[in-house]
Design a protein around this ligand. Structure first.
Ligand SMILES: [Fe+2]
Ligand SMILES: [Fe+2]
Length: 538
């Protein structure tokens, strides 16, 4: 079977020389490409294509078209790349050359894949396997790509099968580098599935081969990814050693993006072992390094890790500022699919956000012993009311985060006033009523991806204009603040306070009915439905 790289290179006599002109031009083009002379190589590929067409050399033509397509693909010119690979495929099929046709399909699939067209890419990979899957070299690469795609889409078991098949194929032809990459991928997917022993084993094999064949970059990646496993298994010294060795390699290679990842891991090790100052310095390096490469994703991930450090240090405002920055960065990632699962990362970021905000909200409760669990309950009720009103998931998240932080300003209210048994004096009441304003002051430097500040400022405003601090009335009050207002009152009534015992749900609903002029009619009705539903579910 003809190999794509093999083109006749022995010319005998002038006639044959004539016939092999296209092949010679193609070889020349590849040499230029390998030497990094891209402009020259493009010229030669064009010359090879023209000559092959004129001399009726379809195999050379198909090969040159595909290789030129790959050059344009690397130059980020997908339309041109696709057109050339399409022509390559058609030429190969006409010739009946399955190897060249499968290679063209493989190239087209990669273009689809990197453009985010997953289904189209998968279909082409499978067609390539059907055409020429008996050739181990093509099978190894194609199964590897199918594995990466499955991995991105979260189908880890499937990814594992593809990586195993790619390993078999590479082993059968003695492709050591292919094997090292397959083991590396198997390590990553095993780590994702938390199969730590398997991950240890696979990374070990990959590192061994990478060392033997002298592939320094692959060795660095193996060390760093294996460090993730060490960290997960709390083998902190080993994690740090690996990551530092990887950092040394990346430094030598000038691989900045990989360096950012290595700094990030070292920072996480310091964070997990309580060495906060060192953690901060490494994670800051990770952020800066990622910024300097322009990788939005890497920067966002580093921001998130630094935010978790600040949370551990009780620096909540800074943590939220960073999480907001990370959230904005994710928003700038367009539909382009990288070799990573972006949506999982966005979800993880939003989970981190909620966790930081929830912890912060709960830390306020601890100064007010009677309202333990208040924020969590207000969040649950609030989201239930939001659902009854048909608000979307994003608005529900706004309600949840607003609920966690609605009483943030109470940290400035003296403990004696907050926990006073009996009636408050007018002066004391005025102090308590400052908490919505103080809450906003505490968050003055923090921007949120969700519009929560109106909730904090106006969750004590009333529809009839008798609330505080701004005495808003009617539809001047945002619906989100009205939702938190009613569920806040409900939770206050149904829990024990310093000045009275808890009321039953029925008693509380009677009280709320008496004050129904405080809330928008639709919010009031949605609240009643939500309480009913929650009571039934309980
Ligand atoms: Fe409040
Ligand atoms: Fe409250």
């Amino acid at each position: 079977m003809q190999q794509p790289d093999q083109v006749p290179n022995v010319a005998r006599g002038a006639q044959e020389a004539e016939l092999h002109r296209a092949a010679a031009l193609l070889r020349d083009a590849q040499e230029q490409e390998r030497a990094g002379c891209i402009t020259e190589s493009i010229q030669r590929y064009h010359a090879a294509i023209e000559t092959a067409e004129r001399d009726a050399q379809p195999a050379v033509l198909a090969e040159a078209l595909r290789r030129l397509g790959a050059v344009h693909h690397h130059r980020n010119e997908p339309a041109l790349a696709r057109e050339l690979c399409d022509r390559s495929y058609a030429t190969a099929m006409q010739l009946g050359n399955v190897t060249l046709a499968a290679e063209a399909l493989n190239a087209l699939a990669v273009i689809d894949f990197e453009g985010g067209a997953m289904d189209a890419a998968r279909e082409k990979f499978y067609r390539a396997l059907e055409l020429d899957g008996s050739r181990a070299e093509l099978r190894g690469r194609t199964e590897q790509n199918l594995g990466i795609m499955a991995n991105i889409q979260g189908a880890l078991a499937q990814a594992l099968v593809h990586y195993q098949r790619s390993l078999e194929a590479f082993e059968s032809v003695g492709d050591h580098r292919g094997c090292a990459i397959a083991y590396h991928n198997l390590g990553m997917v095993s780590a994702d599935r938390e199969l730590w022993d398997d991950a240890d084993l696979y990374y070990g094999r990959s590192l061994e081969i990478a060392e033997k064949i002298g592939d320094v970059h692959l060795r660095g990646l193996g060390l760093l990814n294996h460090a993730e496993v060490h960290l997960a298994r709390q083998r902190y010294d080993q994690a740090k050693q690996n990551a530092e060795a990887a950092l040394g390699i990346f430094d030598q290679l000038g691989a900045k993006l990989d360096k950012a990842d290595a700094y990030k891991l070292i920072g996480r090790v310091y964070r997990e072992t309580g060495r906060h100052a060192l953690a901060e310095s490494r994670l800051r390096s990770a952020v800066e390094m990622a910024m300097s490469t322009g990788s939005i994703l890497s920067e966002a991930e580093a921001d998130r890790e630094l935010a978790l450090l600040y949370q551990a240090m009780g620096r909540n405002q800074e943590a939220l500022r960073l999480l907001n920055a990370a959230h904005r960065l994710f928003g700038r990632l367009d539909a382009r699919v990288d070799l990573v699962d972006v949506s999982t990362k966005v979800h993880r970021l939003e989970d981190t956000y909620l966790a930081v905000v929830r912890d912060w909200g709960q830390s306020i409760e601890s100064s007010d012993s009677y309202t333990h669990g208040h924020c969590e309950r207000v969040a649950e009720y609030g989201v239930a009311v939001a659902r009854e009103l048909g608000l979307d998931v994003d608005q529900q998240t706004t309600i949840r985060i607003g609920a966690y932080l609605h009483d943030l300003g109470k940290v400035r209210v003296p403990h004696e006033i907050l926990n006073k048994p009996g009636k408050l004096t007018p002066d004391e009441l005025r102090v308590i009523q400052m908490h919505p304003v103080w809450g906003l002051e505490l968050l003055a430097t923090v921007e949120f991806p969700w519009d929560i500040k109106p909730i904090i400022r106006w969750h004590h405003e009333r529809y009839d204009g008798t609330g505080y601090p701004d005495r808003l009335r009617g539809d001047e009050i945002p619906v989100s603040a009205q939702i938190i207002c009613i569920v806040d009152v409900f939770d206050a009534l149904t829990t024990t306070r310093s000045y009275r015992p808890a009321l039953s749900t029925t008693e509380a609903l009677v009280k709320i009915e008496e004050s129904r002029s405080w809330w928008r009619p639709d919010v009031y009705q949605a609240f009643l439905r939500a309480v009913n539903r929650l009571a039934k579910a309980a």
